[in-house]
Design a protein around this ligand. Structure first.
Ligand SMILES: [Cu+2]
Length: 263
């Protein structure tokens, strides 16, 4: 008799887990967890790339891959939070007595260990992946340095100016040949701006005191939008222009039409 009472008062961890997962609210929340996680995985893999700007460069391609994978691996976390809240919305009613609270999670060693190690692994993946991509791009840039075309980008209130030193032209539209690495030397004539050719997936501050350099390789022919991504005064929102990635022949013809010479 005494043993029986003792066992009822202090079930083993295994028994506690079994009891926990038989609770109706836990079963419902688990099903909602699977549902919401699947929703986020589908959003991340199928729809998210469609909502992104058209991928027209090597840089945006690698940025998109990282964003898609991070949506996928964060889906279970969003799924768990939404499962708990949506279960409460669907199944709790005014006047219900809330279910009894369990022991605080912060005192639960295994739970703390699981979330600490999981977060650590996510952070390590992000750091290692990011550094590997950055290093890969830097190596590619060094390799392509000789064949690269240079564009000197100057931001000013509220206009983008593009100078092509080798071609001897200066314009306000950003045209580039497809498949040719491009180096952007970015600076400002006045306040801080941020140079953002959207479909090329690069963005960097344009400062007055220092020239910042970014590089990429356009991989697809099409129109590009160039925006300012740093609040720079009254007409910041209108500080945008456009351009295109075009075939090498079209680019050479454009350079000639601008009065330049083909390098
Ligand atoms: Cu701006």
């Amino acid at each position: 008799m005494a043993d029986h009472i003792e066992q009822q008062l202090a079930p083993t961890p295994g028994e506690r887990t079994a009891i926990f997962f038989k609770r109706t609210d836990v079963v419902r929340t688990s099903l909602l967890f699977i549902f919401w996680t699947a929703v986020f995985v589908v959003l991340g893999v199928v729809f998210y790339p469609k909502w992104m700007p058209l991928v027209m460069s090597t840089e945006l391609k690698s940025a998109e891959a990282i964003m898609v994978w991070f949506t996928v691996i964060s889906a279970p976390i969003a799924g768990l939070v939404l499962a708990i809240t949506s279960n409460a919305f669907l199944n709790m009613h005014r006047g219900d007595t809330p279910p009894p609270d369990g022991p605080a999670v912060r005192t639960n060693g295994p739970v703390v260990a699981v979330w600490t190690i999981t977060s650590l692994l996510f952070a390590l993946v992000a750091i290692i992946w990011g550094l590997t991509e950055m290093n890969g791009q830097a190596v590619a840039a060094a390799r392509d340095a000789k064949s690269a075309i240079t564009v000197e980008v100057t931001g000013s209130q509220w206009l983008w100016t593009f100078n092509y030193p080798a071609q001897g032209i200066e314009t306000h539209e950003l045209n580039l040949p497809v498949g040719v690495p491009v180096v952007f030397d970015v600076k400002s004539a006045d306040v801080n701006h941020s140079f953002w050719p959207v479909q090329l997936g690069v963005k960097v501050d344009a400062n007055a005191q220092v020239t910042t350099v970014i590089h990429t390789t356009p991989t697809k022919i099409g129109a590009i939008d160039v925006k300012c991504a740093e609040l720079c005064g009254l007409y910041h929102a209108y500080m945008e222009t456009n351009g295109a990635v075009m075939s090498k022949d079209d680019f050479n013809a454009w350079v000639t039409a601008q009065g330049g010479h083909n390098a």
